[in-house]
Design a protein around this ligand. Sequence first.
Ligand code: 9MR
Length: 842
Amino acid sequence: MTRSRAALLALLTMVALSPAPAHAADEGPEQIVNGTFDTGTAPWWGTANVTLTSTGGRLCADVPGGTANPWDVIIGQNDLPLVAGETYAYRFSAQANPAKVAKALVQLPVDPWTQYLSASPQLSVSGDTYAYTFTAPVSLPNAQVVFQLGGSAEPWSFCMDDVSLKGGAEPDVYEPDTGPRVRVNMVGYLPSGPKEATVVTTETGPLEWELKDAGKETVATGRSLPRGVDASSGQNVQTIDFGSYVKPGEGYTLTADGETSRPFDISAGVYDDLSSDALKLYYTQRSGIEILDSLRPGYGRPAGHAGVAPNQGDVAVPCQPGVCDYTLNVKGGWYDAGDHGKYVVNAGVSVYQLLSAYERDKAAFTDRQLNIPESGNGVPDVLDEVRWEQEFLLSMQVPDGERFEGMAHHKIHDRAWTGLPLLPHLDPQPRELHPTSTAATLNLAATAAQAARLFAPYDAAFAARNLKAARKAWAAAKANPARLADPNDGIGGGAYPDTDVSDEFYWAAAELFITTGEKEFRDFVLASPHHEADVWLERGFDWGHTAQLGRLDLATVPNALPGRDKVRASVVAGADKYLAVQQAHPYGIPYDVPDYDWGSNHLIVNNLIVIATAYDLTGEEKYRQAARQGMDYLFGRNALNLSYVTGYGEVAAKNQHSRWYANQLDPALPNPPRGTLAGGPNSSIQDPVAQRLLRGCKPQFCYVDDIESWSTNELTINWNAPLAWIGSFLTDRSGRSDCRVRYTVHGSWPSGFNTQVVIENTGDTTIDGWSLRWSFLGGQRVDRAWNAAVTQSGAVVTARHAAGNSRIKPGRSVTFGFLGINAPGPNPAPEVFHMNGDRCGG
Ligand code: 9MR
C-alpha cells in the first residue's frame, strides 16, 4: 500500500471508541488472520524500514530511530471485512523497550485513510494487554489494522501477540460454484487426441455415460472407470474415456450420474490461437513504453516508469542505500507479474522459454503474428517481444570499472509495496536496484548466449553484444560464485532467493556451449553434478530450478557434446516418469504432490513440456497424446470445474492479481487479456483472502479467482511462457512422414561451407514433388544451390525440388547441395527437417 503517508490528512471519523469490556462483540467471529503468530508473520506486513520476525510465538520488530511521524514505521494487516453498524472488539498485547506510545488504528486502506478506531496505547517494558470497541460506520471488504510506530528519535524494540478483532458477520463459509459434476476440457479435444473426462460421484461401481452432440443426439455411450478417492481433491471420482469418438463438432456434452457437463468442441483447431494469445500478454506487460490502444483495444495506457512524474524511475535508478553509488538506466523490460517489479531471475526463465519455443520450430513464429509495434519489421514478432526484455536484462549488468563489474543486479522495484489498483505510470514509489547476485548473473549469461545464436540472422550486432555480455557475466559469476540473494529482501518486491546456484551454472554453461562450441563450457557441462543427475523433480522446474533448462536445450538444439545420446535419453526418462504420474492420476495431471506449490499451473505445464520434448526426440505417439491430455486439467477437467486461462472455456479465471488489469476493483479497468494463465492452486495460501476463504483446503481447492489472492491467482511472465511453448507444440499438427534426411558438411573454410543433402523415401508410396524445410542454429546463410531451389528467411531454409528430381520412388533418394556462408560460432548439422509440412523420420 502507499501505506506510509497521509495519516495526518486523514479525516478522523472515529465512531464510539470506548474502553473494554465489550461482551457482545467479543462473542463475534474472529476477523484477524494469524493474530497469534504461531505460523510466522504472514499475512502481516511492515514498511520497508522494519523486518518482522516471529519470535517465541510473538511478532517482534526493531523500530528504527530518527523518524519524524508515527506513520513513518507501520506494521499492519489488510483485507479485513467490516459491516456497517456492527460493534467490534479489538484486543492485542504489546511490549516496548524502552517504553513508548504507539498508535493502533483500524482504517480505510487508501487515501483519505479514514480511521474507524484510533487509540494511543502506552506500551511498557513489561508488556500489557489492550482492549477497545468501536462501531463500524461503513461496510468495507478491505479495512486495515495498523500499528504506527514511527516518530521516535532513538531506536526501540516492539513485540505484539494475540491480536484479535472480533465481531461483525460470521465470515461466509466459502463454497466455490463448481457446476456440473462431469468435468471436461471446456475448450475442447483434438479429434486425433485422447478424450477423457472425470465424474465426481458417490458411486463406486461403473456408471453409464452418453456423449451428445449439439442437437442433443446421443452419438456415443460407454461405462466409466471407478478410480476411488483422489487425494488432490478429496473426491471420489471415475474417469470417462470417449477417445474413440473422433468426429469434429461444436457443443458436445457428456452425461453421467444424472449430470451433464459444460459444452466442449472436438476440433483440430482448438489450440490454434493459444500460443499467440499467451505471447500477446507480454506487450501489455511492457514497462517504459506507451501501450497503444489501437494494438490492444481496452488496454492502452501511458508508458510506465519512463522518467515521468509521479514515477521515480527507471531511467536513472540508484541502488538501495549502501549497495552501490552509481545509477543505471533500466527502463523497459516487462513487469514481472501484477506488481511493478522487474526481477532478473524470473525474466531469465521467461526469456529462455520463449526463445526455446521459437528455437524448437522457427518457421511457426512469424512477423506480424502478435500485433505489436515492431510488427512488419521483417523479424518474427516473438523475437521483437523477447528483445524488449533482453535489452532490459543487459541493462542490469554492472558497468565496467565498478565493483562486481559484469555481474547482474538481482532486481529493481519499488521501495515499498503498493496497493491495487495502480497503473504503472501512476506508481509514486522510489525505485531501487538491489544487490548483484550470482543467480541473476548466470541468468543473464544463459539468455544472452541463447539470444546470440537466435538473433544472429536478423541483427548481427545485437547478437554480438549479447555474446560479449554472456561471456562477461560468466566470468563474473565464476569470480563471485556464491553471492546469494537475501531471502529477507522482500519489501516492495519479491525476494526470489536461491541457496543453490550450481544449477544456474550448469544452464549457463550449456547455453554458452551450444552457442560457441568452446571447450571451457563443454568441460564445465560434463563436470557438473547436474549433468547426469535425475533433475526431473515431480514438482517440475521453475525460476529457481534451472538445470532442466540446460538439459532440455542440450538434448534438442544441435550441438557436438560428447555423450549427447545419454542426454537425450535422460529427457525421455524424465518424460516416462511424468507419464506414469499422469496415468495414475484420476484427473490426468502429471503432478502428484501432497501440497501444491505457488504457481502450480505452470509447474504442470513444465512437466508437460518434458513429455512433449520426448515426443520431439522419439516421435513416439504416447508422448504427444500425454502432452495433449495434460491440458485438460488447465481447461476445466479439475475439481473446481474452471479454466485457468482467461477467455478460454465457458467458465474461466478472469480476476488474476494485477495492479492494472484490475477490473474487479475498478470497472473502468480491463480484466487480464485473453490467454493469461492464473498461478493456480497453492496449498500454502499465503494471502489474506485465501487464508480467510480456503483454510484446510485440499490441494486442488486452494485457489480463488479473486484479484487480492496473490498467492493463488497472480499472472506472471514466467507462467505465460510455458503456456506459449506448449500452445505452439499443440498446434503443430505435423505428423511424421516417411522420409529420412542425411545432411553432410563436406568441407568448410573460414567464410563458408559446402553441404550435401540426401532425402530418402522410406515409405511405400512415391513422393511427387517435395519441399524440405530446416533451420540454421545461428547466422549461417545459403549462398547458392544445385539440384534444388533454395530460399532462406531468417534462420529458416526451404529447398524445393528442381525440374528433374521432383519424384522420389519408395526406397530411392535424391541429392542436392549448396554452398553456405558461415556465421561466427559452430555450424552443426540441423536435426529437424520437415518435408511437405510433416516432420521427416520418427
Ligand atoms: O513465483 C514466485 C514463487 O515461486 C515464490 O514462492 C513466491 C514467494 O517468494 O514469489 C513468487 O513470485 C512473485 C514475486 O515474488 C513478486 N512478483 C509476483 C510473483 C508471482 O506471484
